[in-house]
Write a protein that binds this ligand. Sequence first.
Ligand code: F6P
Ligand code: MN
Length: 370
Amino acid sequence: MPLSNRKTLTQYLIEQRRRFPGASGELNALILDVALACKAIARSVAFGALGDPSTRQLAVANGGDDLGGSTNVQGEVQQPLDIVSNEIFIRTTEWSGHLAGMASEEMDAPRQIPATFKRGKYLLVFDPLDGSSNIDVNVSVGSIFSILRAPTDVVDSARDVTEADFLQPGAAQVAAGYAIYGPTAILVLTVGDGVAGFTLDPNLGEFKLTHPDIRVPAETQEFAINTSNSRFWEPPIKRYVDECLAGRTGVRGKDFNMRWIASMVAEAHRILMRGGVFMYPRDTKDPAKPGRLRLLYECNPVGFIMEQAGGRASTGRQPVLGVKPSALHQRIGIVFGSAQEVERIERYHHERMPVEVESPLFATRGLFRD
Ligand code: F6P
Ligand code: MN
């Protein structure tokens, strides 16, 4: 099997580390452990309906059943693979001595590093399997992760971590990434120096650098939003989508295309590859849920990646990375992607809107009428 001369993830990380002569290498080691978790999850996902026998047992042992009948802390149905992926993340990272604690979409409270292992200086936050409601229909899913520094007193005392230790703004992230399990498995990573993409070489089981400096095109003609929620949208979003739909005949003067995969990782990846804008904005659907996606392990890592790739991520009102989290599983409205489009949406939020935007789309006979 010919060895290509592409860089491996390990090589990329070692080269990145040279920017920080004092760095201990712990961050790199942690990222490589996370990459291993992603490889294991890619493998489990690939078994599909056949069911990877070892992982099915793991799911049942950890509270799931064969039909995925359990629910997570947020009341969402957990697929067996959600539970399996969560376990894989825990087992590949907790032993290393690099983590002070971890938190996940699938766990109610922060997870402590067992006393049998050393405690380290980083916090790992993750969504082990994003878009998992798409598993049954064989659409791309992925894992998302964010690495933060643990507060100094946690590191000094090696005390148990609390929820408060994780409530750091996205701007404090040291590294973030996702792995997408699609026709190929790709790991996309930022350590704060741009964004790089690595394709899993199935022959070697190695992530190889295939997308060295990913940039989000500043302009786009493609948007992604779940329009079934349109009657709950706030006026700035209604206005933006309306203008896209008006196309060439409207104020934008060009036609737009729309996509909705219902797998945020896959939407983020499409936008990194060819531009676009993704919206899951705050809406009035459920007053208890100001947005759909979770700030700490969905919006912040993807926001960091977008900004590092020259794109933008916003709540509509402020940059996502500036939000001070108030809870581990906090939900928030998010708009991300091509910078010019996100800026436009922010502008619509900031502009005072004297009257509700008149829109053919939302009018009495409109397509998305209330
Ligand atoms: O984790 C949340 C998520 O699965 C995202 O991956 C995706 O973008 C969204 O939910 C889909 O939401 P909806 O069901 O409203 O289309
Ligand atoms: Mn998710």
